[in-house]
Design a binder for this molecule. Structure first.
Ligand code: PHE
Length: 352
């Protein structure tokens, strides 16, 4: 009997209670009238008279230990319960905490859309340097030195002062037309001609004071197609397709004769104003038309400058400003918004 009591001492000493269910199990086993301790008290009568007193004392000790442990376990469980009750109740009808993901910049959205439209009709995407030499930005494109056409684009020159004398041969490109030249140049003389059909999105720089209408850095997408028998009709087809895909149904398009040193003939492309639908507003200066791109047949001299035979190969090129297209599509009337990163502006493009 004493052994049994010792075992129970051990058991109670190691007992752990961490839930109301376990507390009840403990109570049933050690405290209740049907528990093991009551049972042992009943057996006390069978213990020989001489030992009864000692065993009785041990049993009382065991009973007290069981009660002590039960009290402290109960207190613990009560504390747990009240902590759970004091926690704020969960309101399942509340909206969830929004998962703030970033938004695509409007210029990115429009650039992707432009790329998608041209990729579907067989153009690939090409890239070129933003820091360029005078030759790729001007010379190869038929802007002779000191030609007034250079004034069309105010240029940032990067002065290198090798051997003390400043040179202004290196500049920040003023348009993406430099990539035209680099693509055509890649054609190896004497190998079978690979037709060029590419668009070139990228940043360009002009020395302009920053205002709502002008910025010193903006984005263009240039396109070029050079192959046998490429004609003005192909240029028109391609740009009509672009306008149809990019803008609202029913948008009108017109080609207006223009001048660029590297294309002949040249045309500027206008579309009916997206803001007023052609009726006349501030954006279209009350003309009903807005200019979206410059274009033309690549001048044979430019093709020859790149080592391609202009008698055999012809092509067209066009160039447009991504900010301009975005302005018309999303009515953004201040160019500075694109670079200020004001989230109140950027959030308006969420989910587009
Ligand atoms: N490079 C011209 C500009 O920046 C646009 C253009 C590109 C015009 C290709 C004709 C052909 O204004």
């Amino acid at each position: 009997m004493l052994d049994k009591v010792k075992d129970l001492y051990q058991e109670i000493d190691h007992y752990i209670v961490s839930s109301p269910e376990q507390l009840e199990q403990f109570r049933m086993r050690f405290i209740s009238r049907k528990g093991v301790i009551t049972e042992l008290f009943e057996h006390l009568k069978t213990v020989p008279q001489a030992d009864r007193r000692a065993v009785g004392q041990e049993l009382n000790g065991l009973k007290n230990l069981a009660q002590e442990r039960f009290d402290s376990f109960s207190q613990l469980i009560d504390e747990q319960r009240s902590a759970a009750n004091n926690a704020p109740p969960v309101d399942l009808t509340l909206p969830t905490i929004p998962n703030l993901t970033g938004t695509q910049h409007p210029l990115t959205l429009v650039r992707q859309r432009i790329i998608q439209i041209f990729e579907r009709i067989g153009f690939n995407v090409a890239d070129g340097p933003e820091i360029e030499t005078d030759w790729y930005n001007f010379g190869a494109l038929n802007f002779p030195d000191n030609h007034p056409a250079r004034d069309m684009q105010d240029t940032f020159f990067i002065e290198k002062s090798e051997n003390g004398s400043p040179s202004s041969d290196v500049l920040l490109r003023t348009h993406t037309s430099n990539v035209q030249i680099r693509l055509m140049e890649r054609q190896k003389p004497g190998t079978a001609f690979q037709p060029i059909r590419s668009i070139m999105p990228g940043r360009v720089y002009r020395n302009e004071t920053i205002s709502a209408r002008a910025h010193c850095m903006f984005h263009q997408v240039e396109g070029i197609y050079i192959d046998r028998n490429v004609g003005f009709k192909d240029l028109k087809d391609t740009l009509y397709h672009f306008v149809k895909e990019m803008f609202e149904p029913g948008t009108q398009i017109r080609f207006r004769p223009s001048y660029f040193p590297f294309t002949e003939p040249s045309a500027e492309i206008d579309i009916s104003c997206q803001i007023c639908g052609g009726k006349g507003c501030n954006i279209c200066k009350h003309s009903g038309w807005v200019e979206i791109a410059g274009s033309g047949m690549v001048d044979p001299q430019v093709i020859a400058n790149c080592g391609i035979d202009p008698e055999e190969y012809t092509g067209f090129a066009f160039g447009m400003g991504i900010e301009r297209i975005t302005q018309l599509k999303y009515v953004v009337n201040d160019l500075r918004l694109y670079t200020e990163n004001d989230v109140r502006f950027l959030r308006q493009f969420e989910g587009l």
